[in-house]
Ligand binder design. Structure first.
Ligand code: FAD
Length: 286
């Protein structure tokens, strides 16, 4: 199924993101996770891709293929290019096609100083051009409601976003955010810039202290008062933080749905229990 076509016929499109396990031995666990997530009948499940370019270790293709074959759910395979040669990319696109994968999220990946040895690609739009030239894959791309950290400002980042659209990106998925107001303002600017593809909102539930220390601190996302209040009240009470973190994500999603968002993309962190708890509270609105 072509994911961009799904957005033409359904609103909201509801999807999950998972990441491959670090070791091959973790594959069974990820399939258990997908099985649990499948109860929610997501429109698609995306699988992240390591930016290091180690293709042999990369199980994105295998997992995405099994999402379709074993669970009958549409997969979206992520693909990064920052440390890949043209050959690497051609090979991976070929693997996707062979595995009957129809949709790819074309990404640059984060630049780790001193690590980028192969330099065939500078930006995600160049990868999108190559995917478009080399395959029949449908192309999706990333966007940043608060601007990408390398951009001078949001305006510049949105101008750069146009390169992706010009290169064939048909749907955008956002970076996580905790302040819906910033997402709404971003959407206005995106539309004013002449970008009219569907934009799915990336939501990450924060349910434990480790996530606060890592994800929240590193994401650079703005933290609205309601969010910091919740963290302040419950960060040392694991059970309450879990429940209130889920509720925060539910409230965010409900508000987005009321505002007619194109899609909800839930960053599951491979935790099906959290995703299921959220789904139970929003399923009537989907
Ligand atoms: P780009 O679109 O290339 O943008 C990077 C920067 O360059 C921005 O500041 C942009 O404004 C600027 N820019 C873009 N195009 C041009 C141009 N033509 N000329 C000049 N400047 C330009 N990372 C992973 O490693 N694996 C994953 O699976 C993964 N999945 C992700 C999923 C989502 C939904 C999101 C939002 C991010 C994901 N990332 C992933 C992180 C992503 O790789 C990083 O945020 C990376 O730093 C930027 O990737 P990009 O595709 O947005 O890059």
């Amino acid at each position: 199924m072509k994911i961009p076509e799904l957005f033409e016929h359904k609103k909201p499109v509801f999807s999950f993101e998972i990441f491959p396990p670090k070791r091959q031995s973790g594959l069974d666990k990820i399939y258990d996770t997908i099985e649990k997530l499948s109860v929610c009948q997501p429109d698609f499940i995306s699988v992240t891709y390591g930016a290091g370019g180690n293709m042999a270790d990369n199980s994105t293709c295998e997992i995405a293929s099994n999402i379709k074959k074993r669970f009958g759910i549409e997969p979206l395979a992520h693909l990064t290019c920052v440390n890949s040669s043209m050959e690497d990319v051609t090979e991976m696109i070929g693997r996707f096609a062979k595995a009957d994968i129809e949709n790819v999220l074309a990404l640059r990946g984060d630049i780790v100083p001193g690590e980028a040895i192969k330099k065939d690609f500078s930006h995600a739009n160049e990868l999108a051009i190559e995917v478009q030239r080399n395959s029949g894959l449908q192309i999706l791309g990333a966007c940043y409601p608060e601007g990408h950290y390398e951009s001078k400002n949001l305006r510049e980042d949105i101008q750069n976003l146009k390169y992706k659209i010009g290169a064939g990106v048909k749907v955008l998925i956002t970076q996580l955010f905790f302040d819906n107001q910033l997402f709404y303002e971003f959407l206005v600017q995106v539309r004013n810039a002449g970008i009219h593809v569907p934009v799915s909102a990336g939501i990450m539930p924060i349910v434990n202290k480790k996530q606060i220390e890592k994800t929240v601190a590193l994401s650079g996302a703005s933290l609205p008062h309601e969010f910091t209040k919740m963290i302040g009240l419950y960060e040392n009470d694991p059970e309450e933080l879990y429940n209130h973190g889920i509720q925060y994500a539910v409230d965010q999603i409900r508000d987005l749905l009321e505002h007619g968002v194109d899609g909800i993309h839930l960053y599951t962190m491979n935790n099906p229990d959290v995703s299921l708890a959220i789904y139970e509270k929003i399923k009537d609105l989907l």
